[in-house]
Each structure stands twice: as C-alpha cells, then as structure tokens.
Design a protein around this ligand. Structure first.
Ligand code: SF4
Length: 397
C-alpha cells in the first residue's frame, strides 16, 4: 500500500546533548515567531504540491524538542495542517518528547489535538548515563513522563535507549532494556552511541578524554538486545527498532520503503514526485535564513537532487534490508527486477546458514543477518546493479 508522510522539524532545545548533530538552537526565545513562520511555510508548500501529495497517513513532529511547544502553539500548527492538507482517519500522529519538558496538562492537550503516538528520548533510566550524555532529565523524570502518558490515555509509546556508552557496564544496559520491557512500552528504538563529527562528544574523543567501547562489546550488547526483546514478543523490524504486534512506527516505514514524504522546518528533508521525477529536497538549516526565506514567500529549500532509477533502487535495497525486507512485488513494479532471480547465486547459501529469510513475498535478514547487515547489503547491491544493467540493455536492444 502506498503511504504518504509529513514531517515537521521543531528546532529548539533547552540544552544541546553532547552527542547530538541534529539541527537545533539552544534557546526557547524564538518559538512564537517560528510557529508563525512554520504556518506560512505549510501554506506556501501546499501550493506547490500535487493533489495526491495532500492526503497523509503519518505525521511526525521531530526536532529538536517539539515538546517545548505550548498546547496553544501546537494547536495553531495542527489547525494549519488541517486547513491545507487532508489526513487518513487512522493516520499516525507522533510527537517526539523530551521527558524533562512534559506535564500532565500538556499530555492531555496532545490527546485532545489528535496526537496518538509519543516518542520519548529516554536514552537511559540511570542518572550516571544521563549526566554523561548531558540530557536535561533524570531517570525518575523519564518514568514519571511515561506514567503520565499512560494516564492521559496514550497506548502507543516509543522510547529511545542508547547503548555502548563509554562508561556503561553491560548490566546497566541490560537493566535499561528489562525496565523498558516491564513498563510495557509498545516500541523501543535501541541505538548505539555514535561519535558524530562536530559534536562535543567527538571533541572529547579527539582529546582522548573518552573512548568508544570496543566492537566486540558492542556486538555482544546488540545480540543480547535482539535476543531479549524478541523473546518478550517484540518484532525486530529494523536494525535498531523493535515493536509489539501492530505497533511498528508507520512513519519510519514511509522512509524505509521509499514512499514520499513532505517536510517542513529548518534542515528538514523531503522526498516527493514532481515533474522532474523523484526529488529529495532539503530546507535551509539556519533559523534566521529559513525565516527570511519564508517571510519573503520563497520556499526555504537549500537545494534538491533528482534521483535516477539507479539511485532509488540503491536506496530501496539499503533501507529495506535494514528494516522489514525487500518486498518482491513492489520491487518488481518499481524497477522491473525479479529480486529472487537477481539473488539466485547467494540466496540458497544465505538461507541455509540462517542469515536471510526468503519467502514468496519478501527477502529479509534474520537476527544473525542483521549483525552482518553491511556486508550482505554490499553483495545484494552488486547483484541488483548487474540485474538492472541487464534489464536496461535488453530494453535498448
Ligand atoms: S534534546 Fe534531542 S535534539 Fe535536542 S540536543 Fe538532545 S538529542 Fe539533540
């Protein structure tokens, strides 16, 4: 089924976390102005989209810290969205929340405004980890936020948890995961800490003040996590993501299955079909330049690229192998390649040793396959590229 997603980037944080390279400014001063500008961008962009790109299945407020918006500001943005776009009755509306910024009243307002999924950046329930990561909340605040969300009626909660922190012993990570399971959260995103260039964490690393955990330790944590979460009924549906039945994040699936999404806000990326073909655009990153552009009634696009058939195919393989697998029929419809034929030289061996699961509908990685996802992806790309070349040559002939 075709899906269409909508993303809004809210670029404010109370304080930057040392590992984060997402675009956000460390202030709450300009939020009211930004809410006005964002509404202008929504109206402006709606004029440029075709009708089919106005009926949405998923909406995601990300950032930054969207939970810094007041209920009144969020109401204004959502009303503006409803004015310019239409939404499926069962659309997924996700709000990213920082546990240090939510209140009972705010959570009740989210429900009243139609938000039906919350995604909390918890990272850890232990204050030692949270201080190291320079998060603004404590473990107790994270628990309170989750409890208040349940009391407000939310039945679809994600928490992000981060493993392989430099000073985190194995058993502290295990307790984090076990705690999340005992709380019954419907969705868990388990990421290893990345030392991104340009972050304070990276500077600490360059100065020799922190050392990443070694790869063997990280691989052991990851394997334990997969084993534990799947044993407790969570579906491992993407390298880092686990969900209870019926609770996969539909918005993420829009990205991972090559579906279109429209994005708003500074630094946001969109992927849409236009008269030029499929394009990826990215908005201006700086808040001031973004605001100036929108106020001048110019779409705040920093740049865009037109994706060739080959580009789209590479992305599809890369993203689907990391998630729920390559959907054979959709892949054939979009690229005229029979994926079973293209991979016929490797599939029997990979399925025999348990790296890959091959059904009439999909080819997907097994839990063991996820651990060597990169090397499998490289081989799959070689084979589908060769199949694409053959298809193109036969068409020319
Ligand atoms: S709160 Fe989120 S967006 Fe803001 S700095 Fe921390 S990780 Fe980044």
């Amino acid at each position: 089924m075709r899906m269409l997603g909508l993303y809004l980037h809210i670029p404010f944080c109370e304080k930057k976390c040392i590992y984060c390279d997402f675009y956000s400014v460390e202030t709450t001063d300009h939020i009211a102005d930004f809410v006005q500008t964002l509404q202008q961008e929504i109206a402006l962009r709606a004029c440029f989209l075709s009708q089919h790109q106005k009926h949405y299945n998923t909406v995601f407020f990300g950032g930054g810290t969207p939970s810094l918006l007041s209920a009144h500001q969020l109401d204004a943005i959502i009303s503006c969205l409803h004015k310019h776009f239409s939404f499926a009755d069962n659309a997924e509306w996700t709000m990213e929340c920082n546990p240090g910024t939510v209140t009972r009243a705010l959570l009740n307002a989210y429900r009243a405004l139609g938000i039906n999924r919350l995604s909390y950046g918890v990272q850890s329930f232990f204050d030692e980890d949270l201080v190291f990561l320079s998060r603004i909340h404590s473990g107790v605040q994270a628990l309170d936020a989750l409890n208040m969300s349940r009391e407000a009626g939310f039945e679809n909660l994600n928490i992000d948890l981060m493993f392989s922190l430099p000073y985190q012993p194995f058993d502290r990570w295990q307790k984090n995961v076990e705690y999340a399971i005992s709380l019954g959260v419907e969705h868990i995103s388990a990421y290893s800490l990345i030392f991104e260039h340009g972050t304070p964490l990276y500077s600490l690393y360059k100065r020799g003040q922190v050392r990443p955990q070694d790869e063997k330790h990280e691989a052991a944590l990851y394997r334990w996590t997969i084993h534990t979460l799947t044993a407790h009924g969570y579906e491992h549906y993407e390298v880092s993501n686990f969900a209870q039945q019926g609770k996969i994040c539909r918005h993420n699936c829009v990205y991972w299955h090559g579906q279109e999404y429209v994005s708003f806000g500074p630094s946001a990326h969109g992927y849409i079909y236009t008269e030029k073909g499929f394009i990826r655009y990215w908005n201006i990153r700086g808040l001031k330049r973004y605001t100036d552009s929108v106020r001048a009634c110019v779409l705040p696009i920093a740049n865009y690229e037109v994706l060739s058939l080959y580009d789209r195919m590479v992305e599809r393989v890369f993203l689907e192998l990391r998630s729920q697998g390559i959907r054979k029929q959709a892949f054939y419809q979009d690229f005229h390649i029979d994926i079973s034929d293209a991979l016929s030289s490797v599939l029997p061996e990979w399925t025999h040793v348990g790296l890959v699961i091959d059904t009439p509908e999909i080819v997907r990685l097994s839990p063991e396959g996820y651990a060597v996802c990169d090397s499998i992806t490289v081989k799959v790309l070689q084979l589908v590229e060769s199949a694409l070349n053959t298809t193109m040559q036969s068409r020319v002939a």
